[in-house]
Design a protein around this ligand. Sequence first.
Ligand SMILES: Nc1ncnc2c1ncn2[C@@H]1O[C@H](COP(=O)(O)OP(=O)(O)O)[C@@H](O)[C@H]1O
Ligand SMILES: [Mg+2]
Length: 274
Amino acid sequence: MSKLQIIDLWVKVEDKLILKGVNLEMNTGEIHVIMGPNGTGKSTLASTIMGHYKYEVVQGQILLDGEDVLSMSVDERSRKGLFLAMQYPSEITGVTNSDFIKTAMETRLAEDEHISLFKFIRSLDKATKELKMNSDLPHRYVNVGFSGGEKKRNEILQMKMLQPKFAILDEIDSGLDVDALRIVGENVNNMKSDSFGALVITHYERLLDYIKPDYVHVLMGGKVVRTGKNELIEKIDREGYDWLKLELGLVDDAPVRASVSLGTCAINPSNKVK
Ligand SMILES: Nc1ncnc2c1ncn2[C@@H]1O[C@H](COP(=O)(O)OP(=O)(O)O)[C@@H](O)[C@H]1O
Ligand SMILES: [Mg+2]
């Protein structure tokens, strides 16, 4: 069993403080969900765990089995078993999907070890079929010309092949139709084991018809403000987040609009009625 700990994490993006003391702990064998209104820092948390250079950690720790993740390079984090399925997957012209995955897998091996081509192709075929992806997708350039849904499935294909300890899935549901959602959900559920856990970030509860979480955390105002189980998801689905904002005394981050009087517009020459 492995453990991922996020301890009092404060993160700045472009000089703006976004995460303000996130605490979260998870083990393999568990599926955790992070929900929260748009712009509250869900993707910021995902990018910070993976080590995106734009996200500056000002305080706190991320530990993977007690090891300091923040001092690791991105590829070290990947080799240690962290994986991020991105909200907006990138296209890589000139590199085929299968080369990309095979190279990523080989970096996990010792220098003199190689993956047998036969075994690799067999498991790539199997994973492609399980995700009901077109059989040509592994042989095309990474995400180039893929539909939104195909890109998302392709992230899951990489996850299945790389077999991380912890997969962070950032809005893997956006751009997926109901069938694709079910397929992705089932594939994530099926990976759950003593050596795999997932942190599923979602804006909607629809995905959770298919991925059964053990815990759900609500991220708001830069912190995890509530942790619960299915009943919390159901309440958010029914009532949104306003009740929680009220309970916590939080106001929206959006600045209250400066009062603009009608007179201001009326005297603007560009608003003159011609
Ligand atoms: N790379 C970035 N550059 C500038 N601002 C960013 C960047 N990433 C995130 N932000 C800002 O951080 C805040 C949180 O964004 P994000 O983490 O994407 O929220 P969520 O995923 O919860 O919708 C937003 O105000 C967003 O504009
Ligand atoms: Mg996001």
